[in-house]
Design a protein around this ligand. Structure first.
Ligand code: ADP
Ligand code: MG
Length: 669
């Protein structure tokens, strides 16, 4: 339970004040409790500091010694460098501070200092220099283990440490839970490195346990308390559907269909995540679920993240169900009041965000499918569900998220996985092409077009600016058409085209009136043109790994060998690692793991969009084991004592949701 003293706004903590409180807000810290929970993620063990002669360039080092000399360089504009030469018995090193000339007043030759930060060879005079992140005067009784807190502009590590120290002295005693108090103390002021691990684990477990308790209770409610429409799947009905499609389901598709059919007829609303790599055939699975819903006298809705994808689904499903069902599409471009009215009684509707508007109403909506779920927020899921009476929910994603992430993001959903591609698919061959070898790729494309294939050209992400991306695409299309491929038919697709225009371009592509399509990343999700077998991605180094994988998923969808050319100029280690992963594997799961390693979960999924929760202590990747045991413990608790579990959640819910909100707001900064 939150104690009122712990809810004290942080500006009343001694040494904080309104100005600093604003800076703390950026870290999601508003109250004393938040401050106590601003736990370090790393600690520096200063009990054994290296002699300076042993220091090498590295991302982090601690140096201890005496000030030998001080120097301030003032360059033009207001840029300044403070250099302090620190020496011990073995050598001397330069410690540098940028743009803090006032610090000079603190230092005198002969003074003993401990400084820490990144060590590099200075590009100017090739001597080792340490870019100071943190420093303190060596008094002989300094902390042996120093916590490292997140850095924020305007909040120096020393200041942060002193504020936290004050908060601990004044408020930690207010916490009722002895274990919690001890764990927090061990993280902020550890006496030995060995204290840290268990303390972190304890707090991470508590945090994950509460979170899982909430998710599992929600899932239980779905399963046990809500009644769903029973949707029957008679064998004759299934046969009828099978006759509509030109292929047979893969074993993996059959397996997930069995899960889905069991949900649909259970009388409880389905609440299922369908995962399957790009091209694994999720759409047809959704189509069968929709078919059954409609055959049972209900309505079904499919939500897609882009207009192009909605159009594509509409094109396919309207054809598949021609003469059987009334199928309608609704996008913001096509939404009119009349159109919305029509939805009230239509069999199957496919749409974009426009479906979520309050004006859109259904008479007997019993199935909601959300395609490319990772593109939507959690709130959007809830919005669409409200349009029916406990409708069945099927969310689909090609993002092969690792288990720990799945449990956190989708812990309230059941999960089915299509782990097999339709037969005859060949892995896409992927090559890196340096910029000056572009013309080789062009030659290859000419050959493939002659064989009747089609080609995607994906334009660089210029910046976080659609305007510029658009310009890049327009320029590239013009260049390719006029200078490189005058004999071929080049089309252009980008987000600014009107709905009908996009539709016209896609139709031309499908009917092979276009050889080449130049596009922005609007084709990233869902697009299915099996005859397109070549993709060129310009400035590939600018794209994230998951995004590259999604883009490449647009080819390799038919029985022909497909090729992907990554053109670019990878400047950084990380960019090289991304391209390497693309060249080495087509396996979405491996790609996701590499992406996770390179970028961390938040960025990989686009934290805000995906609804990935933030934790104060836990780290869902590192703490996967703790996550599993917290989930198991939460499940046990619910089974053993449903009422107790419910009460516990009700009493803590507020804290969990509150800290989520704060951390979310800090992510927006
Ligand atoms: P995704 O899972 O990426 O959404 P799609 O549903 O777009 O994949 O399917 C990719 C392609 O594979 C489509 O052209 C679809 O018709 C085809 N397909 C789906 N299932 C099968 C199957 N069992 N056998 C052959 N082709 C299939
Ligand atoms: Mg799809």
């Amino acid at each position: 339970m939150s104690n009122s003293k712990l809810a004290t706004p942080i500006q009343y903590v001694k040494g904080v004040g309104p100005k600093l409180a604003k800076i703390f807000a950026k870290l999601g810290v508003f109250t004393v409790e938040d401050l106590l929970y601003l736990v370090p993620r790393e600690w520096e063990d200063r009990s054994n500091i290296k002699p300076i002669a042993q220091i090498r360039p590295s991302s982090f080092e601690v140096v201890k010694g005496e000030i030998r000399d001080i120097d301030v360089l003032q360059t033009r504009s207001r840029f300044s460098v403070l250099k302090v030469y620190i020496g011990d018995r073995t050598a001397t090193i330069q410690a540098v501070w940028f743009n803090q000339p006032f610090l000079k007043r603190l230092f005198r030759p002969g003074m003993k200092l401990i400084v820490s930060g990144k060590v590099e060879l200075s590009s100017y005079d090739h001597v080792l220099q340490l870019c100071v992140r943190d420093f303190e005067i060596d008094t002989g009784d300094n902390l042996k283990i120093v916590p490292r807190y997140p850095l924020t502009e305007g909040l120096y590590p020393k200041k942060l440490r002193s504020v936290i120290k004050t908060a601990i002295e004044t408020f930690l005693g207010e916490m009722e839970n002895e274990n919690e108090r001890q764990a927090l103390l061990a993280l902020h002021e550890p006496q030995a490195m060995a204290e840290i691990g268990p303390a972190r684990e304890y707090l991470a477990f508590e945090e994950l346990f509460m979170f899982q308790l909430g998710l599992l209770l929600r899932r239980k409610e779905y399963k046990e308390e809500l009644r769903g429409r029973a949707i029957a799947a008679e064998p004759a009905l299934l046969d009828e559907f099978r006759r509509l499609i030109p292929f047979v389901f893969t074993a993996a598709q059959d397996r997930v269909l069995a899960d889905i059919l069991a949900d649909l007829k259970s009388g409880r609303p389905m609440n299922r995540l369908l995962q399957g790599d790009v091209g694994s055939g999720k759409t047809i699975v959704a189509a069968l679920a929709a078919f059954l819903a409609v055959k049972n006298g209900f309505q079904a809705a499919i939500l897609a993240p882009t207009e192009i994808l909605a159009q594509q689904h509409y094109g396919k499903l309207a054809k598949l169900f021609e003469g059987m069902f009334k199928v309608v599409i609704l996008t913001s471009a096509t939404a009119t009041d009349k159109k919305r009215e029509e939805l009230f009684d239509v069999d199957l509707v496919i749409g974009t965000h426009a479906l979520l508007e309050a004006k859109v109403k259904f008479k007997r909506l019993a199935l909601v499918v959300i395609d490319e779920q990772h593109r939507f927020g959690v709130h959007q899921r809830a919005k669409l569900l409200k349009k029916g009476v406990a409708p069945h929910l099927l969310v689909m994603t090609a993002t092969p998220i690792p288990r720990s992430l799945a449990l956190t993001l989708y812990g309230d959903l059941d999960r089915s996985i299509i782990d097999e591609l339709p037969p005859g698919r060949m892995p896409v061959k992927t090559y890196y092409v340096p910029k000056n070898k572009r013309s080789d790729a062009y030659e290859f494309i000419r050959l493939k077009v002659k064989e009747g294939r089609q080609v995607f050209f994906v334009c660089p992400l210029v910046e976080e600016s659609q305007e510029l991306d658009l310009k890049a695409a327009v320029d590239e299309a013009r260049r390719l058409q006029n200078d490189i491929f005058p004999e071929l038919k080049v089309g252009l697709l980008h987000g600014r085209l009107k709905g009908v225009e996009k539709d016209a371009v896609m139709k031309k592509l499908l009917s092979k009136e276009l050889d080449l399509l130049v596009s922005t990343t609007v084709i990233e999700v869902g697009i299915d043109v099996p005859n397109a077998t070549v993709m060129v991605i310009e400035h590939a180094e600018r794209f994230g790994l998951s995004q590259l994988h999604q883009l490449r998923g647009r080819i390799g969808r038919g029985s022909e060998q497909s090729y992907c050319f990554l053109i670019g100029d990878p400047g950084s280690e990380e960019a090289r690692a991304r391209l390497k992963a693309m060249i080495e594997t087509n396996d979405g799961f491996k790609i996701a793991e590499a992406d996770l390693r390179l970028r961390g979960p938040g960025e990989m999924l686009g934290a805000r969009q995906s609804g990935l929760p933030n934790f104060r202590v836990a780290d869902i990747i590192r703490d996967e084991k703790i996550l599993q045991s917290a989930r198991a413990a939460a499940r046990d608790f619910i089974e053993r004592d449903p009422k107790g579990a419910h009460n516990r959640w009700e009493s803590q819910k507020h804290t969990v949701e509150n800290s989520q909100k704060k951390l979310e707001s800090s992510a927006l900064n």
